[in-house]
Design a binder for this molecule. Sequence first.
Ligand code: GZL
Length: 305
Amino acid sequence: MVISLVAAAQVAAAGKPLRVGFAQTGAESAWRTANTNSMKSEAEKRGIELKFADGQGKQENQIRAIRSFVAQRVDAIVLAPIVETGWDPVLREAKRAGIPVILTDRSIQTADESLYVCFIGSDFYEEGRMAADWVARAVNGQGNIIELQGTPGSAPANERRRAFADGIAKHPGLKIIDSQSGDFRRAGGKEVMEAMLKKHGRAINIVYAHNDDMALGATLAIEEAGLKPGRDIIMVSIDGIKEAIQAIIDGRLNCTVECNPMFGPKVYDTIERLKRGEKVERKAYNKDLLFDATNAREMIASREY
Ligand code: GZL
């Protein structure tokens, strides 16, 4: 029986490891480190050839990496886009090369929905809403809030800001008196909090940080100012890293909303389904929990990141 060239190529390809290009945002936070580790360790476990590119916090580095993955003709491209806009030209190059693109962690704004196959990550708006509801209940709807924003232009910063503002709008006694970006970095959270304490002093009742690293950095500034984070100033953030849950147990943080980064398995399952010609969900949201003094002790032992 004569096997066609295409069939022979498919048979040959069937034996070769999957080759995946991953353009990661950077290494700005403990969350990001856990996310990178999940993608790398799961690829190793499955024998997937992962070509990893650290964007180092710059969109142009991620764009360069995607072009390199297209040139290497990988089987799939995974992108955790640092910001929401400016991706159409390079994603059109991947589309022309017939290479599927999967967005993980953060989404993009585009008029051409065909430029990526699906999004896998968390619902940032829901996280911001959960944080706002927790604050409203904790302080009976009264208090001045300092907001530490994530990376300007990023989906998590945009959505968590919008959701939190929508959430506290129902409580006229809650007011965001100042808001500035700490770029999701611990040092950024500390620096911004130092400036906010100088500017607003004891008028600050609550800190809402878009991620735990900035919140933990802010606690250092609050302590250096002779105040007790978690008591003199209520501390609420997002990510759910183990260090933040420990800070809740220690009374230095009050609440963190999970944003689970361990989605390597889900990403590779999706790619393997695509290679088998199966349809995949357009958006696959991770389930996010909330941690505070009522559950931090019982939950910390089971935390993976
Ligand atoms: C959220 C992710 C954010 C985290 C930060 O999915 O994009 O970026 O909340 C990380 O810790 O830096």
